[in-house]
Design a protein around this ligand. Structure first.
Ligand code: 5GP
Length: 198
């Protein structure tokens, strides 16, 4: 069991609506030493891929992606969810339905920071239905760049996103996969990866 998996079992809280709360270490208070270990694990799993940029989405992907970028020694770009006065020039955009907020966001990346020369690793905290990833993939494609891989901290394996993204042919590396969780008992069951690999 890796450090992230141990931490999910220790500190993860199951909420109604298939939401796993990990705000004590992942997306509110952040355990950056854990992020560092996660970055190093992705670096191993994407060994040999010519990654020169990491792309994530605000807000909760940013901390994880920024620390992971140290292991890859590449810049990080994050997709913004609101049109700001600071955004100028040509924009790459996609529509993303939010799993946690149940609304649709217009996500934006300036084309200054993503172009045909980029070989991109997409990173995010959670994978549920795959909407956020599909939006980011759309943005990479619109830039003429290439998705080299996708790193997810926590995949909820009982929701369809993982299957959808793997069926699209991408190397998707989730550091923890939750197979089931129950808001009443608080029980979280993780996929047994050792068994899967062996
Ligand atoms: P998807 O687009 O794959 O349906 O959902 C992924 C996005 O929704 C992630 O960027 C993440 O911020 C949020 N999300 C999805 N499921 C959860 C969850 O169980 N807990 C938390 N904290 N965020 C989630």
């Amino acid at each position: 069991m890796n450090c992230l998996e141990e931490r999910i079992l220790k500190d993860g809280v199951v909420k109604e609506g298939n939401v796993l709360k990990v705000d004590s270490f992942l997306n509110h208070q952040m355990d950056v030493q854990l992020f560092q270990q996660m970055g190093e694990e992705w670096k191993k799993r994407f060994d040999g891929k010519p990654i020169n940029k990491i792309l994530t989405i605000e807000a909760s992907g940013i901390g994880i992606a920024a620390v992971a970028a140290l292991a890859f020694d590449v810049p990080v770009v994050f997709a913004k969810k609101t049109q700001s006065v600071n955004l100028d020039g040509e924009m790459l955009t996609a529509e993303v339905e939010s799993f946690t907020h149940k609304n649709t966001n217009h996500v934006i990346v300036s084309s200054k920071f993503l172009g045909p020369e980029d070989r991109v690793l997409i990173i995010d905290d959670f994978l549920a239905n795959g909407c956020a990833l599909q939006g980011l993939i759309q943005i990479v494609n619109a830039a003429g760049a290439k998705v080299e891989g996708i790193g997810i901290a926590i995949e909820k394996g009982f929701q369809p996103g993982g299957k959808v993204i793997r069926n699209m042919g991408y190397q998707l590396e989730s550091l923890a996969i939750v197979d089931s969780m129950d808001a009443v008992s608080g029980r979280i069951t993780l996929r047994d990866r050792q068994h899967e690999q062996g």
